[in-house]
Design a protein around this ligand. Structure first.
Ligand SMILES: Nc1ncnc2c1ncn2[C@@H]1O[C@H](COP(=O)(O)OP(=O)(O)OP(=O)(O)O)[C@@H](O)[C@H]1O
Length: 507
């Protein structure tokens, strides 16, 4: 019997169906992947079965019994837990405190004092059962992304989870860290826990899933056994179109080409970047790869001017910048596409149009007022170009799916005609077609004599797009490769062999 069965599930936002007559079953111990283009309805489905949204139609059965999942608490009581991309941990709490969050701490009968030793014992037992090595004395903010994911999975299992939903769990993990996470997922499934695995990364889906459900425009495009499917078939189900294989040609930009960015021995005040040196030339796409905690985001922030530097020099177009700041970067045509785009790149209360044109309103002014027509036609052009799925440019940005928000961030960046893109995980959470689209677009920009510094935790992503690659380890740039015949292994060897301290925390 299915653990979870939904029949003809529906959800409407205004006149628009986000989900229409979805029926599927999840069996005990099954790893079930849920895939679909950005805006296909995956998050809406998860929100309904975890009690965040009420359904507008259809039925939900749990172990054969019809249920109304009216709140997240009701979902947890049934045994349904979700680990989100935006992790739900309290940063200043220790691992142990976070683990017991939302549960009744065990207390002494008379004094009501918390029984920490009992909590520790329970946590240790769970760690042993799951084969997890993690230091629960660390606070959540001291933990690396894989450690946080583990902690959330442990927390779910603490609550007797029977259906664990993982929403893009590998988004900021490297291949090796992901591989270890997969082992844990298999272990959970073999112990009887059902897994719903949401991801845009096809390799992982085929590596992990028993069955794959594809959503398209809020409808069920199909559920298939992995053994009977291949990537092309899944993409066809997602898009209803033939697969285009786009390979980005790498180019060799000679060292005599004019330098747009030069970073020399930069160290940040907080010590996250210790000694970084690199250069990016006109027309070039340069990848920056490192494990979680290597300082890749921090280096981009230092260059952009949001993370103070203590030592070293940054030169833009051969001029040393003495006072790095976001204002100076914007004025110099440097754009940062941040990893935390929801909080750092978009204003959730504003519309798509307002978000896109806010930094460049001057472009649309005739000296006296903003010319609406010009603004709207530019916005429409970029929305079409980026294939943003929305009811209109006036739709509030918070109503868009995660991937469509990412597309708006890109469109906004393009509107300001940058000379240098600093991209931090730009393809995170976007579907495979949009990933190719973003690559193509950056390539086009580079061909127009712009240039790109590209950070991604997905090594394949870096190898697919970059002309040259720097490797960052513990805040230090330790290697540089021309991306002609360099292999993923060569790069990972450097990352892992440079220091044992960056070993991921799995047992
Ligand atoms: N609160 C809301 N108000 C209005 N429309 C919404 C709301 N939440 C989602 N939608 C719409 O419902 C549709 C499905 O969105 P959903 O977030 O479920 O997609 P998704 O498959 O999870 O996409 P992604 O891969 O980009 O995260 C989209 O068209 C989205 O704009």
């Amino acid at each position: 019997m299915a653990l979870l069965e939904v029949q003809e599930l529906e959800k409407k936002f205004g006149p628009h169906y986000a989900l229409s007559k979805i029926s599927l079953q999840i069996y005990p111990g099954e790893i079930h992947a849920l895939v679909g283009e950005n805006g296909a309805g995956k998050s809406t489905f998860i929100k309904i079965i975890t009690g965040v949204y009420p359904q507008d139609g259809g039925r939900i059965f749990w172990s054969g019994k019809q249920e109304m999942i009216s709140s997240p608490k009701a979902a947890r009581e049934l045994g349904i837990n979700v680990v989100h991309q935006d992790r739900h941990l309290i940063p200043s709490f220790t691992g142990l405190e976070n683990l017991f969050l939302g549960t009744d701490y065990p207390k002494r009968k008379l004094t009501r004092g918390i029984l920490w030793s009992e909590m520790r014992q329970k946590a240790e037992k769970l760690k042993e059962n799951l084969g997890i090595e993690i230091d629960l004395r660390k606070t959540a903010m001291e933990m690396s992304p894989p450690e946080k994911t583990l902690l959330e999975i442990m927390r779910a299992m603490m609550m007797n989870c029977r259906l664990l939903i993982l929403d893009e769990p590998t988004a900021s993990l490297t291949d090796k860290e992901s591989e270890l996470l997969f082992q844990l997922i298999h272990k959970l499934a073999s112990q009887g826990t059902s897994i719903v695995y949401v991801s845009h990364r096809m390799d992982e889906i085929f590596r992990l899933a028993d069955r794959i459900t594809v959503l398209r425009n809020g409808q069920l495009a199909g559920t298939v056994n992995k053994s009977e499917a291949d990537k092309e078939m899944i993409i066809r189900l997602m898009t209803n179109a033939e697969v285009k294989n786009s390979i980005i040609e790498k180019k060799f930009v000679p060292s005599s080409a004019s330098s747009v960015l030069k970073v020399e021995n930069v160290a940040t005040k907080d010590g996250k970047v210790k000694k970084a040196s690199l250069n990016v030339r006109q027309g070039e796409i340069v990848g920056l790869f490192g494990l979680a905690g290597s300082g890749r985001t921090e280096l981009l922030e230092a260059i952009y001017g949001t993370r103070p530097i203590e030592k070293g020099e940054v030169h833009l177009s051969n001029k040393r910048v003495h006072k790095l700041s976001p204002r100076h970067s914007l004025d110099s045509g440097v754009i940062l596409i941040p990893e935390e785009r929801r909080s750092d790149a978009l204003i959730m209360g504003m519309s798509i149009r307002e978000n896109m044109t806010l930094p460049v309103l001057k472009q649309f002014s005739n000296g006296l007022k903003i010319t609406d027509r010009k603004e709207k036609s530019e916005v429409a052009k970029w929305m079409e170009y980026m294939n943003v799925k929305a009811s209109s440019s006036e739709q509030p940005i918070h109503e868009l799916s995660g991937g469509n928000q990412q597309k708006v961030v890109f469109a906004k960046a393009l509107l300001s005609n940058p000379v240098l893109f600093l991209c931090d995980e730009p393809t995170q959470a976007v579907d495979v077609m949009t990933r190719d689209e973003i690559h193509r677009l950056l390539k086009e920009q580079a061909d127009k004599q712009c240039c790109v510094l590209y950070v991604s935790s997905d090594l394949k992503d870096v190898l697919d797009i970059s002309d040259r690659i720097y490797v960052l380890h513990d805040g230090v740039t330790v290697a540089e490769f021309i991306n002609d015949d360099v292999t993923p292994d060569q790069i990972l060897q450097i990352c892992y062999n440079k220091g044992k301290e960056s070993e991921p925390a799995y047992g």
